[in-house]
Design a protein around this ligand. Structure first.
Ligand code: SF4
Length: 223
């Protein structure tokens, strides 16, 4: 839980290394003070995966287990993501995975024993976006998937609504130059499926989630 005493610089771009590459960025992000989320997180969780990936997945932020491990998508959401990739015929090792926000934002559970996810605000998303944009430039994938509203809004703007664009490929107007404009498909975050208490609703949502990955797999096969 961030406190007002954390000193911040306002933007991840203030912490860029002189030489830009995925490894140098990942190292520099460890010392990022762009927003206050670094204060109460264990690790920065930078993206990882294939430098030549044709598909780049953007989640919201690390969860509790990702924060402890320092790696993206290794907790329950990551397991569901892996299952879905596999079911769609996409190898996770061929994908680059990252998050819109690189530190875990959380609040204590009522008993104080657990760290509960807390949604990043627009200031935090904007402060962290320079890391994500550099990852996009360096990987330059032809296909992007955003998982959840935060990731979609980070790349498509605050007013983006997934309900209006479900199962649609979009051409995002990104604030970075890429050799060719990527296609983007926005879907839900896997954690939202895990939180659904009703089994029938959860099964239906998982089916729609898989459909998005199948659409992407089909597009990948046509590249
Ligand atoms: S969340 Fe992003 S901008 Fe904020 S401190 Fe962490 S890496 Fe920097």
């Amino acid at each position: 839980m961030p406190t007002p005493t954390c000193e911040t610089t306002g933007s991840a771009a203030r912490h860029f290394p002189r030489r830009i590459s995925l490894p140098t960025l990942a190292k520099a992000a460890q010392k990022c003070r762009g927003c206050s989320l670094y204060c109460h997180a264990t690790h920065v969780v930078f993206g990882e995966g294939s430098r030549t990936a044709k598909l780049l997945l953007v989640g919201e932020q690390p969860g509790d287990q990702e924060d402890r491990a320092g790696q993206p998508f290794v907790g329950p959401s990551g397991r569901l993501l892996d299952e879905t990739l596999l079911a769609a015929g996409i190898e996770r090792s061929t994908v680059y995975v990252t998050n819109a926000v690189k530190h875990f934002k959380w609040k204590p559970s009522p008993t104080g024993k657990r760290r509960l996810h807390s949604k990043p605000n627009w200031t935090e998303i904007a402060a962290c976006r320079p890391w994500l944009l550099e990852e996009l430039k360096l990987v330059a994938p032809p296909l992007l998937m955003t998982l959840g509203a935060t990731a979609a809004q980070s790349l498509l703007g605050k007013s983006f609504k997934l309900t209006q664009h479900r199962h649609e490929f979009l051409i995002p107007e990104l604030p970075v130059h890429l050799p060719s404009p990527p296609l983007l498909l926005a879907t839900v975050h896997p954690s939202s499926l895990l939180r659904m208490p009703d089994k029938a609703a959860r099964d239906a949502a998982r089916k729609e989630f898989l459909k998005d990955f199948q659409l992407v797999a089909k597009k990948l096969a046509s590249l």
